[in-house]
Design a protein. Structure first.
Length: 318
């Protein structure tokens, strides 16, 4: 009967209010708020008044919250690389094929998450066949240098390989020890998406392994090779990619390579095909179910139902 349903609803409401009161007493819920929500005053200007001696009131300066840096409604600053890739794919589907829109979004959202690296090595050990780090350069998304230092290898240098490395004995006078350089460089690379050409050689010189999903190797990119009109299975040098796609000459002259120039070139190549590269990466990633905590469609009030209520709190509220 309607009266029976009303009583049943009333009892359920009473249990709801009782449990809510318990949460308020334990400090887990604001007195007039809801689970997972903020008080109405948060994020708004608060208007208060000061009373003058003559009884009139004057408005006090409003408290204006500090502007928050809005990154994206669907992508947080700490998003994982696979989330970044999926976000690229979503932007592509929303942009009706317009790469300009996606490029702008990616550039604004993630510039601080990308770095490019290049290392120069010298020969140590028997006959100088062992490669050790002698210089490391790191540039940011814009190509600006964030790190560039000469590094003193742990073993005596047998072959400076100046023709390719550009390293001379003079450079080693102010070089820092390998362990110190390694600590500084790895601090920069932490949680970053790292771009490079044949980047496994750089990581090997650093005695470091970077997560594969956060690595972008321009020597292994089918997108770059196709765009340059080169066979996908052929190993292609950074110099050739720069000539075909960027129309610039690098690694010229007899003074050796510049690790700064090589790192900047690798980043330029990545940015040239960034959207398509990330789109293909997104398609290769397995789907991930949305989190019930961050899903905006989820209703947090459901957790006051019996099935979600802890036994000890339920007993104390009844």
């Amino acid at each position: 009967s309607p009266q029976g349903r009303s009583k049943k609803k009333s009892r359920k409401h009473q249990r709801f209010m009782a449990r809510r009161a318990v949460l308020e007493q334990k400090g887990l819920l604001s007195p007039h708020g809801h689970l997972g929500s903020q008080s109405p005053e948060v994020g708004l200007e608060t208007h208060t008044t000061l009373t003058k001696a003559n009884g009139t009131t004057a408005p006090r300066c409003d408290k204006v919250p500090k502007p928050k840096r809005i990154v994206s409604s669907s992508l947080s600053p700490s998003a994982s690389p696979d989330s970044i890739a999926r976000h690229h794919s979503v932007l592509l589907s929303q942009g009706n094929g317009s790469s300009k829109k996606v490029w702008t979004s990616s550039h604004v959202l993630r510039p601080g998450k990308y770095v490019a690296i290049d290392c120069e090595m010298v020969g140590t050990g028997p006959q100088g066949k062992l490669s050790e780090l002698a210089r490391c350069s790191v540039v940011n998304y814009e190509g600006d240098v964030v790190y560039d230092k000469y590094v003193l290898p742990e073993l005596p240098i047998v072959d400076y390989r100046t023709r390719w490395s550009g390293i001379t004995k003079q450079h080693m006078k102010n070089a820092i020890p390998f362990k110190a350089a390694q600590a500084e460089i790895l601090k920069i690379l932490k949680d970053k998406i790292v771009v490079g050409h044949a980047i496994h050689n750089d990581f090997q010189a650093l005695k470091y392994f970077h997560p594969k999903d956060r690595t972008r190797d321009t020597s292994q990119s089918p997108v770059l090779k196709k765009r340059a009109g080169l066979p996908v299975r052929v190993n292609v040098s950074l110099k050739n990619l720069a000539r075909h796609l960027l129309h610039k000459k690098i690694q010229v002259g007899c003074k050796g390579h510049s690790s700064v120039e090589d790192a900047q070139t690798a980043m330029e190549l990545y940015r040239l095909v960034e959207v398509q590269w990330e789109k293909e990466l997104a398609h290769s990633l397995p789907p991930r179910p949305p989190s019930p905590i961050t899903d905006p469609a989820a209703d947090s009030s459901q957790y006051l139902d019996d099935q979600y209520w802890p036994t000890d709190l339920m007993a104390s509220s009844l």
